[in-house]
Design a protein. Structure first.
Length: 248
């Protein structure tokens, strides 16, 4: 439908899962897409080819968003090629399930915070000066930010931080006409969540729709927040979680 014609998008973690689905949908709606990914060259090259086959531009960058210099260099390259950034989607994330507090590993805790929230803030800091009135930032968080998760203590903590970051940045960005929102994932069938999928739970513990969503279903929440239909939404979190009722 051309909802994002003439828009340029920078998205992290788009070589697979939610990010890949969002990148493809945004390209389908007319956007040029820049992708940052940490590993998985073949997957990144595959989505790049898929987007280019739609007649849109797609550039890919491998690196670590926790590296401030990488964030600066990548942003400059995107500006050089696309001349602008209209939409920033902070989607990259990791998780390391642990059944008990004693099993939490120090290195995994650091990596979880670096990947999920520190890197997000660093990249947003670098990109933000290039955003203009009408631009938007969309962050990926999780239902675990609200209801917790017994196997994902550090991951849930970062997802809660993302909600607070989203709401705070929205207040700061409001006078500039820049919208900042988030999407809180419920059960989704993606590689990241294979070990903790709600599809493995007893029926009584599953969400109302009793299945994990596909990433393509979730992608439309991001499209809504990026489009003109969401012009009155900022500091908000969409909850496409299959019917889980949560506070917050």
């Amino acid at each position: 439908m051309g909802k994002l014609d003439h828009k340029s998008v920078l998205i992290t973690g788009a070589d697979s899962g939610i990010g890949r689905a969002v990148a493809f949908l945004f390209a389908l709606e007319g956007a040029d897409v820049a992708i940052i990914y940490h590993s998985g060259n073949q997957d990144a090259e595959s989505i790049q080819k898929d987007i280019e086959n739609l007649g849109r531009k797609c550039i890919i960058f491998q690196g670590d968003i926790n590296d401030y210099e990488f964030c600066e260099e990548t942003t400059q390259k995107v500006i050089s090629q696309f001349k602008k950034i209209d939409i920033l989607i902070n989607n990259a994330g990791v998780q390391f399930p642990a059944e008990s507090m004693e099993e939490l590993k120090e290195n995994n805790i650091g990596q979880t915070f670096d990947s999920n929230i520190v890197g997000m803030i660093l990249l947003t800091k670098v990109v933000f000066p290039y955003l203009k009135e009408g631009s938007c930032v969309i962050n990926t968080t999780s239902v675990s930010a609200y209801q917790g998760h017994p196997e994902l203590l550090d991951y849930s903590a970062t997802r809660g931080a993302i909600v607070s970051f989203t709401r705070s940045l929205a207040l700061q960005a409001k006078p500039k006409g820049i919208r900042v929102n988030a999407v809180a994932l419920g059960p989704v069938a993606i590689p990241l969540t294979q070990e903790t999928s709600d599809d493995k739970k007893e029926d009584s513990a599953k969400p109302a729709l009793e299945r994990s969503a596909g990433p393509e279903e979730i992608a439309f929440s991001f499209l809504f927040l990026a489009g003109n239909e969401a012009s009155q939404m900022t500091g908000q979190v969409l909850l496409p979680n299959g019917g889980l009722i949560i506070n917050g």
